[in-house]
Write a protein that binds this ligand. Sequence first.
Ligand code: OGA
Ligand code: MN
Length: 209
Amino acid sequence: MNTYHSLENWLSWVDKLSSEDYVVIDHFLRPDLHLQVREFFLSRLALFKQAGIGALDQNSIDTTIRGDQTFWLDNVRDQEINGFWDLVDEMIHVFNRYCFLSLSGYEFHLANYPPGGHYAKHLDQFNDRNNRMISVVLYLNEGWQPGDGGELKLFHDNEQSSIVTPTAGKCVLFKSATMPHQVLPAQKERNSLTGWLLYQPTALGQFLG
Ligand code: OGA
Ligand code: MN
């Protein structure tokens, strides 16, 4: 099979994700795919909506907790980023084969934090919908500089934390249920493609307790 990343690379990332609950991968998107995603992102900016917190009917907007605007993606409609959907399929295939995860769906959105925007410490699971297994964040910020802010802070069990700079082409994977995290205030616009690999498709998962 002709894969985007080698099996050797995938296995080293899977290993790190399993043992440390997260992995940071530089240059995960090569320049051509990064450009494809970035151009799509920019072409949809007018359609972004203020993001809420909580799932379904509990969804509410509070920019003191979460300041980004998002645009939910659809793999049938959004063919312009086919290279990305192929990469997601490859990721799910590897995780199911080597982590026995039974992932059977995903949900992704584009996210734009305006200057000053942040996302307070949280987990990526909702009380009434707990099927998010792996969080996937891809950064689209070309020319990010120290001082631009918007770093992702991951909180580990042992009181330690990791800071991830949101530089273009980087991918962060972490376990959705157990890794608290926050987005530090951005000083400049901060763009990402963020999503979740799901244990069951959303329509089923939303009924789980
Ligand atoms: C989220 C989130 C992290 C990031 O959207 O739930 O935590 O670095 N994003 O954008
Ligand atoms: Mn999150």
